[in-house]
Design a protein around this ligand. Structure first.
Ligand SMILES: N[C@@H](CCC[C@H](N)C(=O)O)C(=O)O
Length: 279
């Protein structure tokens, strides 16, 4: 059976989007997603995202498979792409500029802005070790600037969950990090029972951070929305940045705010359709 898809990207973090509104079961399996994401033998993407019917009063449900077939709780760049995809699917029948999306990380709300950007209410960051999850520290404590031994070196890490796990390290120069070799060692470190996404951050000033990321289940990507949100939170917790900052990723810029008013994280960035097809 041929399945229609749309290919989107958010700052080069790219996804295959599937209109799954007629069923609560994803139209393809995790094994098929691995093949679809293959850049030589498939369509090529960092993940496959399904637009499913809404649950618990939400407008829609998002599910996502990483390019290795694993299922993460959330995806920041992906949910901006999903917002743009849903607006495209609804076409002239669209009545609102935002969607309440049920995800494994709770309800997340992307809002389509007049300038074409998508602003997302990403919810509250989670900081306790048991919420990450990590065994680095007692379950009811936060992991802020704690030593972690990886590849024979001690790294001072801060852990934040945006529904999915992130381990953040502040470095002098992100370009000097050997991401391809060190990334997998963080991802599969025994202190992270559900593996982890790994971000390296260079503080340019209190409102501008440079980031490189190794994603759980996808490897090096050009951008990670949840990672950018988690990194801003880590920067604030370490008093290295303000609560509003631009994050520079290899694929472009994201604007992130940790609101003092409601303590929620707001992420603003682009979502672009590249092409559509049948597979
Ligand atoms: N690229 C995404 C995150 C996708 C999920 C991640 N690989 C995980 O397994 O948690 C983003 O933009 O947030």
């Amino acid at each position: 059976m041929a399945i229609e898809f749309s290919k989107y990207h958010g700052l080069g973090n790219d996804f295959i989007l599937i209109d799954n509104r007629s069923s609560s079961t994803p139209l393809i399996t995790p094994e098929a997603a691995v093949k679809w994401c293959d850049r030589h033998f498939g369509i090529g993407a960092n993940g496959v995202i399904f637009a499913l019917p809404g649950d618990n009063g939400a407008d829609y449900t998002m599910r996502i498979f990483n390019s290795d077939g694993s299922e993460p709780e959330m995806c920041g760049n992906g949910i901006r792409c999903l917002g743009a995809f849903l607006a495209e699917l609804e076409g002239l029948s669209r009545t609102k500029d935002h969607y309440r999306i049920h995800t494994l990380a709770g309800v997340i709300t992307p809002q389509l802005m007049d300038d074409g950007q998508v602003k997302v209410d990403m919810g509250l960051p989670r900081l306790l070790a048991e919420e990450i999850p990590t065994t680095l520290t007692p379950a009811d404590s936060k992991v802020i600037n704690q030593p972690l031994e990886v590849a024979g070196k001690t790294w001072d890490v801060t852990c934040v969950s945006m529904g999915n796990p992130h381990c953040i390290t502040f470095v002098e120069d992100v370009a000097a990090i050997q991401l391809e070799s060190i990334g997998p060692k963080f991802e599969h470190h025994p202190v992270f029972p559900q593996r982890t996404n790994t971000e390296f951050i260079q503080v340019v000033n209190r409102n501008y951070l440079k980031m490189r990321v190794w994603e759980r289940g996808a490897g090096i990507t050009l951008a990670c929305g949840t990672g950018a949100c988690a990194s801003l939170v880590a920067g604030v917790l370490n008093d290295l940045c303000d609560r509003t900052a631009t994050i520079e990723l290899p694929g472009g810029l994201l604007e992130i705010e940790w609101s003092e008013i409601d303590q929620r994280i707001y992420m603003t960035g682009p979502a672009e359709r590249v092409f559509t097809g049948k597979f």
